[in-house]
Design a protein around this ligand. Sequence first.
Ligand SMILES: [Zn+2]
Ligand SMILES: [Zn+2]
Length: 228
Amino acid sequence: MGHQDYQQVCLNGHQITSSYLVNPEYKKDRCPDCGKPTITSCPSCNAPIKGHMFVDGITDLTPDPVPHYCDNCGDPYPWKKVNKSLKLSGLVKLIGVVGSVASIIGLLVYFWPSSKDTNVSIESHDGQSPVITDNKGNVNINYLSTKQRSLSVFSNDNKPIILVTFPSMDSVYNQNRHICILTEGTQIYLTGLKHEFAPGRYFYRIKVLEGPSKGIEGWVSDEHLKMG
Ligand SMILES: [Zn+2]
Ligand SMILES: [Zn+2]
């Protein structure tokens, strides 16, 4: 006889433990490698993610791989989607490492061809790249005066809807601050926090209400929210 254990995996696909039930001491709410939240079941159908198969009398030390798709409903797990959507930020990283500020600006223009709402103040300090440098400035967080409510995000001029960890345009171009990329139409909830990053322009702190990133909080720029 034996029994099937579950595994706990972070949203980026790092395995936390493949014996979640037998060794609960290894459970973690956040990934020690990347800081992302962890899950033990499929976000689409709630079926547990299968981990180690314990067989009585046998000690099997073979690693248990992290699956890419749910074996119950067939949906890809969040890390499968992350791998696809990281192409963009990977390119930003590549250019950031080898390129000059000029080439970074060129890249931004390439990905964000419409300049009508790119009047975003990106400042360069001491010759550092405005894209890569950490934002060490103060951030003033304001509470929304309007009623909190659920909305859906939309893609403006086909820009990716990037949920970031820090309310600044720098974060949109810095993959270390990317939490996930949301699908257009995803229902979200305004947590009540907003940050004015340029005159009249805001980042809103939101909570995702559906899809593979359900339950996750982060910042999204106002261009992805219809506030009217
Ligand atoms: Zn991780
Ligand atoms: Zn499933």
